[in-house]
Design a protein. Structure first.
Ligand code: PAF
Length: 280
């Protein structure tokens, strides 16, 4: 595997690749787990060459503490990438990604950025849009892979690519789960034993919501979710919303033709976990 820390040598290497070859790209913030590996494996299957970036993007963290405590395991990540035969790891510095100023571009994602994660994490999606746009400029991938665990992020990246007219296919990949249903996340490593044991309740509740969605009002489903977490001493519900997959606007009314998902964010102490599930 080739490891590049600087942009010029990476671009030099990529520019020597046959123009007809496809480049698959998996941007990550490191602390790699099976969920990331499933994206990388898909990219390897569908492309001639796979590039994985590892960059903990400061502008997408609205809380300093979250950035400081975000797990950083670079050597382990590199070893893991070598073990699965990844072609290229790109591990840039903040200076290289942001050049002069570590700040976000302001995007108008047509409202997608204002709801759910956007309403609880100030500036988060501007930060994500900025770094992904920059990484796309550097790597110029044919296909880029993102997990559906961050479904809102996935829709926003699709919108960003459309707005900025970036020639790349955005490919959403199914959520990869632990055996007990907990969605894989780099943050899971921060859970203590008690929190880890309780965390599968998040997915169990989403499955219950999925089960109830067809025959019940949205408000009743939301009430069920609220009650499930009401007296839970370990998990604190931040939000549960039902939204159609195009606008992501939380709703309490079902429209027959639309596709809906349930979106949840839960705190275990200061560790924030998100998940979502298709409802119809
Ligand atoms: O999903 C992530 O890990 C990050 O938001 C991403 C897409 C790598 C941008 O920093």
């Amino acid at each position: 595997m080739k490891i590049f820390k600087k942009i010029n040598p990476l671009q030099g290497y990529l520019s020597n690749i046959d123009i007809n070859k496809t480049i698959g790209f998996v941007p990550t913030m490191g602390a790699l787990h099976q969920g990331h590996l499933s994206l990388i494996k898909r990219s390897q299957l569908e492309n001639d060459l796979t590039v994985v970036s590892i960059f903990v993007n400061p502008t997408q963290f609205d809380k300093k503490e979250d950035l400081i405590t975000y797990p950083k395991t670079q050597q382990k990540d590199i070893d893991l990438l070598i073990s699965i035969d990844c072609d290229i790891a790109f591990v840039p510095s903040t200076e290289d990604v942001y050049l002069e100023k570590v700040e976000s571009q302001n995007f108008d994602f047509g409202g997608l950025e204002k709801v759910m994660e956007g309403s609880f994490r100030d500036g988060h999606f501007d930060g994500v849009g900025t770094v992904v746009k920059r990484l796309f400029e550097i790597v110029k991938p044919t296909n880029a892979y993102f997990g559906e665990k961050d479904f809102q992020q996935l829709q926003i990246i699709k919108k960003m690519v459309e707005l900025e007219k970036i020639p790349v296919n955005i490919i959403g990949c199914e959520i990869y789960r632990e055996d007990d249903g907990l969605a894989m996340s780099s943050r899971n490593t921060r859970l203590n034993k008690v929190q880890r044991k309780e965390a599968p309740l998040i997915y169990q509740t989403l499955l219950k919501a999925q089960d109830q969605f067809h025959d019940n009002d949205i408000n009743d489903v939301k009430e069920m979710v609220k009650n499930t977490f009401k007296n839970n001493p370990i998990l604190n519900l931040e939000y549960f919303e039902i939204a159609d997959i195009d606008t992501l606007t939380p709703t309490s009314l079902k429209i027959k033709e639309k596709k809906y998902r349930g979106f949840i964010a839960v705190f275990a102490d200061t560790i924030r976990l998100i998940d979502n599930v298709a409802l119809n």
